[in-house]
Every structure is written in structure tokens, then in C-alpha cells.
Design a protein around this ligand. Structure first.
Ligand code: SIN
Ligand code: FE
Length: 293
């Protein structure tokens, strides 16, 4: 497992960052590995400890989410004051991750797009969801309603569990191996279907060919029981009070157990990578023998 993790011993979100760490972490990310920061924790203030219970989740959404662009919080139960307090916590997490991303990945700094922040206070184990939404199944991330248009998805996670519980992940095979198995089964979109989904507001923007095929890979992979059981996968438990990040559109992952996680999503244009040919976009284009953007 350790060969899929690149460990950086940072203790502060604002560094200091050495050139060796920056080069190593960037290379690890672009090779489809996970950058692991075992000593980097995110602190809740004493008055924020009350958020360490699942009762704040409204049960409808999987997670509580926060959008730093408008300060809005979604999926949360609780009065205005509590909503403001949790929003402030998530804003602080979001800004901490931005400092880290810009410091550790200077290559991406100018192009990085900061998206939504989430808080996941509900235990994963035993949670029921429909197959394509079931994150206990190996998958690369894709957003059904929010097409990425070829951009990379980076997520940065911090396990804030106060009870000593780790977050049990499995990490799957390299993206090209996974995609190679499923490409023969991928179907072209029905003519007009992507415009229709946009008109009906099923998607925020029209899905590109890349979004269409990546979503199929995500769904087909999750629905294939044989693949789920037989595909190469290595378990790793992220202990409490640690942080990790990776390109989740590329790194196949599944979560079996764990409670209380903070997560920040970023998008990155493929051209901002050191090696754009390593992106799922280029890998998929090569496998399918055509342009997808
Ligand atoms: C996922 O992105 O599939 C879930 C990760 C997690 O909640 O640990
Ligand atoms: Fe995921």
C-alpha cells in the first residue's frame, strides 16, 4: 500500500514547504497516488465541539455542504446561529486547504478553482444508498449534475473523528487499467440527450463527451459486482487527525467505515498539470481513439 501513498510530514497548513516536498507531492499526485499528511490536523474550537454528532445532518443529503462563494450551507439541521457557526468552521477549513494547496502545489496555484466544502458527520458503515451513489463501491469521482468539462477533480480530506476512529478506505488499480476494462462497454449518448438534460436542469451545464463517458465509467464500475470483488484493491485506514489529498477523478477509491470527515473540492484545468497526458481525459481519448473535448 505504502507505494500508493506519498507522505509529507507537515504539521501546519501554511507550511513551510520545501522544493523537495513540492516536487515530490506534485509527481505523486500526477502518478495517481495519494499525498498523505499524517501529522496535519484541523482543530475544532471548544465551542465547535458540539458539531461532533450526526444530528446536524438533515438526513436527506449525504453530507452537509458549504459554498464559500455565497456563504450558503446545505443539508444541515439547526437554527440560524448554529448554521452560521458551522459555516464559519467550514470556511476556516476551506481557507486552510487553500493555503496548503497553493503552498504544496505551486504548479497549480494560478489555475486552481476552489469549489464546495463538505462535512460528513454520519457513520459510513451500514448506510444504505442506491448502487451508483454507494461510495463503499470502488469508483473514480464524477458529478452527475455538475459536469467538469475535462477538468481534474482534487479533493482534500481531514479525518476529524474525536473517538479515535480511522476512515477505512480501499484504493483500486491505476485508472488506465480500470478504464481499459470498461471502454468496450461504453455507449455514445443519445442524440440531443445532453442538451435535453441541461434544459430540464438535470445538469448545471451541458455534459461534454468527456463528462458523459466518465460518468458511465463511474456508474458501470459501481454496478459491476464481479469487478468490485475481483479488482485489485488495497485497504488503508486513515487514522484520526490526519489529512490526505489526491485526484479523485483518477484514483479509484471506496470507503467502508468512518465518521466525521471534512472535505474540500478543487477543479484544475488539465493544461495546468505538469504532465497533462496523465489526465483521465488524455488516457480516455487514447483508449477510445477520439477527442472527447
Ligand atoms: C468518496 O469520495 O467516495 C467518499 C470518501 C469518504 O467519504 O471518505
Ligand atoms: Fe468518491
Amino acid at each position: 500500500m505504502t507505494d500508493r501513498l506519498y507522505t509529507v510530514d507537515l504539521t501546519q497548513w501554511n507550511g513551510p514547504f520545501t522544493p523537495a516536498q513540492q516536487d515530490g507531492a506534485t509527481a505523486a499526485m500526477e502518478s495517481g497516488n495519494v499525498v498523505y499528511l499524517p501529522k496535519l490536523d484541523f482543530q475544532f474550537n471548544p465551542e465547535e465541539q458540539k458539531f461532533l454528532t450526526p444530528v446536524w445532518s438533515n438526513g436527506a443529503a449525504k453530507n452537509i455542504s458549504y459554498d464559500h462563494r455565497n456563504g450558503r450551507i446545505q443539508g444541515m439541521e439547526g437554527d440560524q446561529t448554529a448554521q452560521h457557526e458551522l459555516a464559519a468552521l467550514l470556511k476556516r477549513y476551506s481557507e486552510s486547504t487553500l493555503t496548503l494547496m497553493q503552498g504544496l502545489f505551486p504548479q497549480y496555484k494560478a489555475a486552481l478553482l476552489r469549489m464546495r466544502t463538505s462535512y460528513r458527520p454520519v457513520e459510513i458503515k451500514g448506510r444504505v444508498s442506491k448502487v451508483t451513489k454507494d461510495d463503499t463501491r470502488l469508483h473514480p469521482d464524477q458529478f452527475p449534475a455538475r459536469p467538469v468539462g475535462g477538468k481534474r477533480i482534487i479533493r482534500i480530506f481531514c479525518n476529524v473523528n474525536p473517538e479515535g476512529k480511522g476512515r477505512d478506505w480501499r484504493i483500486g488499480e491505476p485508472f488506465a487499467d480500470f478504464a481499459g476494462k470498461f471502454v468496450p462497454r461504453l455507449k455514445a449518448p443519445f442524440p440531443g440527450s445532453r442538451d435535453l438534460m441541461y434544459m430540464l436542469r438535470i445538469t448545471r451545464t451541458p455534459r461534454t463527451m468527456y463528462d458523459h463517458y466518465m460518468l458511465q465509467l463511474h456508474d458501470q464500475g459501481k454496478m459491476d459486482d464481479r469487478y468490485q470483488h475481483s479488482a485489485p484493491q488495497i485497504p488503508f485506514v486513515f487514522p484520526p487527525h490526519c489529512t490526505w489529498t489526491c485526484f479523485t477523478d483518477e484514483v479509484l477509491h471506496a470507503v467502508d467505515a468512518g465518521q466525521y470527515l471534512l472535505e474540500q473540492t478543487y477543479l484544475l484545468p488539465v493544461e495546468a498539470m505538469k504532465n497533462p497526458e496523465k489526465s483521465p481525459l488524455r488516457v480516455l481519448e487514447k483508449l477510445m481513439g477520439k477527442k472527447l473535448m
